[in-house]
Write a protein that binds this ligand. Structure first.
Ligand code: ATP
Ligand code: MG
Length: 398
């Protein structure tokens, strides 16, 4: 019995002339995603993507990875047979024999008009056929089993379950952004939200080694690996922040420290974005969550940037962000104790109502361009791969 995975697109249907371009991105992504998992072919077919499975295809692992692929509304593991009524019936008999049900319905669709029966006639004939095999009754509302029959051209796909896809738009169709990734809960979720809209996300993390430990950097690597399940190959920049922090602590008013840390992060990130040809920055700020995230402070921080700074979580409650982080799989890593560079030298009463002028005045005492250049000069760049590509990783569901 030939098995295939049939992928139904999400939103791509809406994209008119760009449709082929979106489909190409998805196809290329899936090809890379499955490069180490045996399968026969990946093919664009009648507005769908079809993965031909081979005898030794690890179906569970393929399903697991496809569940984290943007641009997919749903996908199914189907028995594939020729579009011929008798052959469809025998495939359906196999499917029914493997299922246990007291009620059922047939959901048959004819994707192309060249099949002699229309969808309604198919439903009737196939329903009557299943009743010759089983005492189960036909029920339209909430049946135990739905037998899906999808006929496209000369091929018919038979299946019992649709698996919900990740939605969104295929990786790479939305342009490139640079995300400021801390080891916390929020920024990984912000990165995920941008990836879901088709962006490729490059990561930058600021560390205060030797004031903070090397484990903190490992934590960010792990988070980047989890996020890479969605875009496969990622880049992570690790930029030193200790010298900058020392200078800010020595020469700037204590209440402004965190705001000045952030303004420096933004400037260094912008320089990296330029090198990477990324169009915007992304942070995990959420309005009012901490003192540095008041509207006034966000304005002061954004004032250091000349490219857009996106904050996809700005209107989200912490509980919702945590929920997404749990689903994503970053939460458990994010809550491990570490030392973030920004938790160093925090004053008891940080400014919550800063202004741009106030920040600029404080920065007059600092040698901005030297500090930025020093950090950029020693920043390192790493290639990050999804954990399921790393030998011995625990996360693949194989
Ligand atoms: P997160 O959970 O993402 O750390 P947070 O609620 O702790 O966010 P802050 O610590 O104020 O908030 O950070 C706000 C944003 O600034 C973060 O979401 C992240 O985008 C960026 N940021 C903070 N610290 C760092 C860092 N060490 N490296 C890179 N980006 C950072
Ligand atoms: Mg944080």
């Amino acid at each position: 019995m030939k098995r295939s995975i049939l992928i139904h697109y999400h939103e791509i249907n809406l994209k008119g002339n760009n449709r082929g371009w979106f489909e190409n991105h998805l196809q290329q992504h899936v090809a890379l995603l499955l490069k180490d998992l045996p399968h026969d072919y990946i093919q664009r077919f009648a507005g769908r993507l079809v993965i031909g499975l081979s005898e030794n295809s690890p179906v569970d692992a393929i399903v697991y990875r496809l569940g984290m692929t943007f641009g997919i509304a749903n996908f199914v593991v189907a028995r594939e047979v020729a579009a011929d009524l008798e052959i469809i019936k025998s495939g359906l008999a196999d499917l029914a024999a493997a299922a246990s049900f007291k009620s059922f319905k047939i959901d048959a669709r004819r994707g192309t008009k060249d099949f002699p029966l229309n969808s309604q006639e198919l439903n009737q004939q196939l329903g009557a056929f299943v009743q010759t095999l089983s005492p189960a009754e036909v029920r339209m509302e909430n049946p135990d089993s739905v037998f899906f029959v999808e006929i496209v051209g000369d091929r018919a796909f038979l299946y019992l379950n649709k698996i919900k896809g990740a939605g969104g738009l295929p990786s790479g169709t939305g342009g490139k952004v640079l995300c400021l990734l801390s080891g916390g809960i929020d920024s990984p979720v912000a990165a995920y939200r941008m990836m879901r809209r088709g962006c490729r996300v490059v990561f930058v993390h600021f560390h205060s080694f030797p004031h903070t430990t090397l484990e903190s950097q490992d934590k960010v690597r792990q988070i980047a690996q989890i996020l890479s399940r969605y875009q496969l190959e990622s880049r992570l920049y690790l930029a030193p922040f200790a010298e900058l922090q020392r200078e800010i602590v020595a020469y700037a008013p204590p209440p402004l420290r965190v705001i000045l840390y952030r303004r420096f992060m933004i400037r260094i990130a912008e320089a990296i974005a330029q090198k990477e040809k990324a169009i915007a920055l992304v942070t995990g700020d959420s309005l009012g969550q901490v003192a540095s995230q008041t509207l006034e402070n966000i304005r002061t921080i954004s004032g250091a940037a000349s490219i857009p700074v996106f904050r996809p979580l700005i209107g989200d409650d912490k509980e919702d962000i945590i929920q997404t982080a749990r689903t994503l799989g970053t939460y458990e890593t994010s809550i491990q104790a570490d030392q973030d560079c920004c938790s160093l030298f925090i004053p008891r009463h940080p400014e919550t109502m800063s202004s741009l002028e106030q920040a600029q005045r404080a920065e007059e005492n600092l040698d901005l361009s030297r500090l930025i250049q020093n950090s950029l000069a020693i920043a390192s760049r790493e290639s990050i791969r999804p954990d399921f590509w790393i030998a011995g990783a625990l996360h693949d569901n194989q």
